[in-house]
Design a binder for this molecule. Structure first.
Ligand SMILES: Cc1ncc(COP(=O)(O)O)c(C=O)c1O
Length: 358
């Protein structure tokens, strides 16, 4: 690795988060490692999660599940995004569980499930308005269509507002789900509704569901600022660092970067940091502050494709470490600056930034 910019993932923090979550909830834990484990590295995180109490993995794509299988991971894996029926056989061959929501899908998939049965979880839409069946009639039809080529192992739904403590929709979705599966609980090995926010809200409640799907909290991040106090036990695992590549003075009246949007007002120390929008460090980060040896320094001018400039209070040696995310620079602070959420920040930083595990 030649470039002096990298993402550091703290393995111990991820292990700590899983252990602490497990202490609070009796349900089995599915570690959600889709999108390269929210940018943290799918295989690494999956192994840490499984070693610390997770018993199942959740991904979005069949490709993501196969990547885990190819890495030697044998734990059950649920693909939560829909897949077209022609890939049912590939999923079965890799012992990967798919999410399904219509009898027609099962009927079409039968032609492709030849060698071994396909395990599926039924996805119910109780208010998210995206994937899932919505009525008991649809659920009954799906169960009727399942022959011995399918193991209908689970049923689940996903909350739209579990991270908003005052939202009535959260309770409404719970009610719709329990009505829809009324009388069917013994029919399924796994029944699950909760993401990170829902899992913590459910802690201590006596619910008949036996699995939770935890993503963002594994990584030590809060599902929403309203829930931060319930998650004070989490440790963030993600740090983005780089090193000053050039340090120079620009005299008063000089401009910095494309569009010449920043003009120095006096002699100023300007440092160049080799991370840019091709790494997912997008132009909206202009104006944000990064940390240089304990000093907050503003990004001046526009972020370029491969680098950006900061104003330093004084000269720093070339090679000084710059922290863009983590430690003194909270990821939620950056998310607020970018007008987004922590989930999007960790997912948008590309594979051009190498991940180092510490
Ligand atoms: C269906 C489903 N379950 C669980 C999760 C995990 O959510 P969180 O990261 O909020 O825990 C996601 C993430 O988007 C999801 O789509």
């Amino acid at each position: 690795m030649f470039r002096p910019s990298w993402i550091e993932i703290d393995r111990a923090a991820i292990a700590h988060n899983i252990i602490e979550i497990k202490k609070r909830i009796p349900q089995a834990l599915m570690a959600v490692v889709k999108a390269n484990a929210y940018g943290h590295g799918a295989v690494e995180v999956a192994n840490i999660a499984l070693a610390n109490g997770a018993t199942m993995l959740g991904v979005a794509l069949l490709e993501e599940a196969i990547e885990l299988r190819d890495a030697g991971i044998t734990a059950p894996i649920l693909v939560m995004e829909a897949q077209f029926p022609e890939y049912a056989g590939v999923a079965a061959e890799h012992d990967v569980t798919l999410s399904v929501f219509s009898a027609d899908w099962l009927r079409e998939a039968k032609a492709y499930v030849t060698e071994r049965p396909l395990t599926v979880h039924v996805k119910v839409d109780t208010g998210m308005g995206r994937l899932g069946l919505r009525t008991r009639a649809e659920l009954d039809a799906l169960l009727d269509a399942a022959d011995d080529r399918f193991d209908v192992e689970g049923v689940y739904t996903h909350f739209a507002t579990a991270d908003e403590p005052d939202s009535p929709l959260y309770y409404e979705q719970q009610k719709r789900f329990s009505q829809l599966i009324d009388g069917l609980i013994p029919r399924f090995r796994y029944i699950h509704t909760s993401n990170s926010a829902g899992a913590i809200r459910m802690a201590g409640e006596d619910v008949p569901y036996n699995l939770v799907r935890v993503g963002i909290a594994l990584y030590g991040l809060y599902p929403s600022s309203e829930m931060a106090s319930s998650y004070a036990f989490l440790k963030p695992a993600f740090t983005l660092k780089s090193r000053l590549m050039q340090v120079k003075t620009l005299e008063a009246g000089q401009t910095v970067s494309y569009g010449a949007t920043y003009t120095t007002t006096a002699d100023e120390w300007i440092g160049t940091v080799p991370v840019g929008y091709a790494d997912g460090w997008i132009r909206k980060a202009s104006g944000f502050e990064v940390d240089v040896a304990g000093v907050r320094c503003p990004i001046v001018g526009r972020v370029c494709m491969d680098r950006f400039m900061i104003r330093l209070p004084h000269e720093f040696p070339v090679g000084t470490v710059v922290t863009l995310i983590g430690g003194p620079v909270a990821i939620d602070e950056l998310a607020t600056h970018l007008g987004t959420i922590n989930y999007e920040v960790v997912c948008q930083l590309t594979s051009r930034l190498p991940r180092r595990y510490v």
